[in-house]
Every structure is written in C-alpha cells, then in structure tokens.
Ligand binder design. Sequence first.
Ligand code: HEM
Length: 462
Amino acid sequence: MKSINLPPSPKGHFLFGILNEYVRDSLGFLTQSAQEYGDIVYFPGIRFVGYKAYFINHPDYIEEVLATKTHQFGKFNQGLGIIGRILGNGIVTSEGDFWRHQRRLIQPAFHRERIAAYGEVMVAYTNRMLTRWQAGEIHDVHEDMMRLTLEIAAKTLFDADMADQADEVGQALAFAIAYFDQWQRNPIAMLLPENVPTPGNLRSRKVIQRLDAIAYELIRQRRETGQDTGDLLSVLLHTQYEDGSPVTDQQVRDEVMTILLAGHDTTALAMTWMLYLLSQHPEVEAKLVTEWQTVLNGRDPTFADLPQLRYTDSVVKEAMRLYPPVWGMARRANTDSEIGGYPIPKGSVIILSQWVMQRDSRYFNQPEVFNPDRWADGLAQRLPTYAYFPFGGGPRVCIGKSFAQMEAVLLLATMAQKFQFTLVPGQKVEPWPAFTLRPKQGIKMVLSERSLQDTPVLSSNL
Ligand code: HEM
C-alpha cells in the first residue's frame, strides 16, 4: 500500500481509531488534540469503514477550506441520520447548481430592509412571552428560548403563528437531536439500515411524519388562499425553475423545515448561553443595564437602536465565542488536495471547530474568561477572519447571520430590562456537543422583576 505523508496524530485504537476518545468527550478531545499536535492533526478512523479525517486549527487553513478552495472542499452530509431526513434536500444540505439556485431564491428574505421589519415581530413576540412570566417562577430558559425563536422564525419568514404547534415541533426536534447524538456515537446503530424497526427508528419515523404534516399543512393553507404575501413561503411557492417547472411541495417542505431548524435552534442556544453567562457575571449585567438606561430609557429596543447598543452587541459576540451554537463543522475533499503542506486525498473529511479555534490563546487573551470588553477596541478587525467564525464563512456562510445578530440583541434587551435571571442553586451546567452545543441539563433560572431605577448606574466607559 502506498503510504502518504500524514500530519501528527493521536495513536488511536488499532480497530476503532479515535472513536472512543471522541465519543467520551468530543470538546475535550478536540481541544487536547489541537494543543498536543498543532494546526493540522490526522485522526485515525475506524479501520476498514472509517474516513481519513483531518482536524484543522489554524485560521488560514479554515479560510482555505471554507472560502478560497471551495471547488476542492464540499459539504459532508454523510452520517446525518434523522437530522438529514428532517433537512431533506434543503439549502443546508444541497450542493452545486441546485444549491446556488436555492440560495439566490432565499437570500432576499434576509436583505437588510426585510430584516429591519422583522425586528418589530421579534420584540412583540418576546413581550407576548413575558406577559406569561411571573417573578419568583423557575424557568428552563433553554426551553423558553427554543419556543420563542421558533415562533419568531415561523412568523417572520412564513407568516405563520406557530403558538399552537410550537411545543410539539420543539419536542419533535429535541427528540431528533438527542436521538441523532445517541445514534452517531454508536457505530453499531449507524451500520443498521434505517428501515430496521428498532424502537428508535420507529419513533423517528413518527416524529418525521408529524413534522411533515405540520409543514405540508402550512403549504396547503397558503396554496389555498393563493395569496402572494411577499414572505419567503410565497417566494418558494411562486417560483419556477428555468425549464418552467414549479418548485414541488416536497422541495418547499425541505426548505421550510431546514430554515425553521437552522434558524431557531442556533439562536435559542446563543440566547440560552448568554443568559447563563450573565447570571455568572453581575459586572457585565450592570454595564448592560447602564447601556439600556442611556440608549432606551425604559422603552423596548428597535432596529434603529442597534448601532447605539454597542456593549450589548459585544456581549452577544463574546457569548458566541465561548459557547458557539455550531461548535464544529465538517467538509469533504472532492479532489486530491493539500493543506499546510500535507496531501489530503480525495474523499477525506476535514473537521473544523469553532469551540477550539475561538478559545485559542494565540488569538484571544485569557481565552476562557468571559470578557465582552475585549471586542471594544476593534479586535474583530485585527483578528484573522477565521479565528472567530460562529456563522461559518465563504459562500456557505450562514444566510441568517444578520437576522440572528439582531434577534439576539433585541431579545436580550427586551427580556433583561424587565427580568433578572438567577441560576437555580445546585444547577449543573454542562455543554453537550450534540448536533449543536446544548446545555445538557437545561438551564433553570429563577426570575425576578428588574426595576431599572433601582439598579446603580456604573460609571463606565460606555
Ligand atoms: C446564533 C445563531 C446562528 C448561528 C450560530 C448559525 C450558524 C451557522 C453556521 C456555522 C452555518 C454554516 C454551516 C456550514 O457551512 O456547514 C450556518 C448556515 C446556515 N444558517 Fe445559520 N446560524 C444562526 C442563525 C440562523 C438563522 C436565524 C437562520 C435563518 C432564519 C439561519 C439559517 C441558515 C441557513 C439556511 C444556512 C445554510 C446556508 C447555506 O448553506 O447556503 N441561521 N449557520
């Protein structure tokens, strides 16, 4: 067999490669591999069935893979299991000309002027949630944020009020993510065809059927009215391909599901981790309150306030640095290629991790410390672009990046002007790197009403 020049590598098990270590503690294992072996690491996979996998930890290499050599590196969609069936052939998983067409079609829904109008819905829906909240209650804020961001994505993009279905969709997606995680960590389950009637496969089928029914009902209702309301659902339903054929209901379903999943789970997690970090950092919270008193003076935030809410924006950035909702990504080498002087054979998998890169001390001083002020003096401009990439990059950069950044600022300023969040004593907080970075035991908080007048205004450099 021809041997190739491999980057440094952990030894791995003779049969299972690095699988056990990866499964036991993915974040710890990746962090340690980067520290021990450097900017490019080879991971021996499962013998005979595993892919050749390369883990890259340098912003320049990440830029090559995501942005400059995109013809050489495509999406890696294998092993998505139940998540793949939810996403179908939507914009997250599709490739080539078809993906380009769908991206062009969907992009206008995320243009600046459209996003400005979504701001009002975001604040109104948050207030609707707050009217149900009472001081003294204990809430799992992850659950609350999942529900809220789902309702916001459905209303803004598909003009649908999902208040009645949000719990059901939320539970279905929560099951899918937990099941995916279990399945992905079990090579035997992964080798079993999905039509084998195991309890997990049967439940998955039911979950997908329910999600399909909800999406198809949304499509049916809109087709029935025949209205073109100008939202993304209308755009999808009224489009024709170049040969004159309409977009099929199945394709509309795939895009609707993809955008609902990609658009609400990630933002909910960004909010959840941010609320957790604030509960641990009263000094940051006090500075936020000062900014809100100065800029908003007790009223709700709007799109027009965003340029003034600079510290709030830094808090969002810093929370996503430490707890990136998308904690890692993978690409596949479409051709023989090269990274950092090492040959990368066609078919190899390239792994990149926001969790590891964004905690790298070469780019972030005291990387483990939550310090929003690090962003105050133009750090974002000084950093290599791919030292901080919570939204990915290159042509497949998150289509909802501006939507999500605005949503995070508006939701935080709306909620935390009215309520304060205190972590329930004894609550364990553990990041769980499933499909996205989740709090393993949820984040339970005691709510208390905030009176802005009572909060001392810090003399700060805001
Ligand atoms: C904090 C919130 C969010 C984070 C951290 C995030 C992160 C990401 C990342 C890392 C990617 C790139 C994946 C890859 O290249 O493999 C991505 C893609 C995508 N995101 Fe987001 N996202 C967020 C919010 C949203 C929102 C609000 C929407 C829509 C409403 C959205 C829709 C999408 C879509 C459709 C793609 C696929 C784009 C393509 O492949 O062309 N995301 N997101």
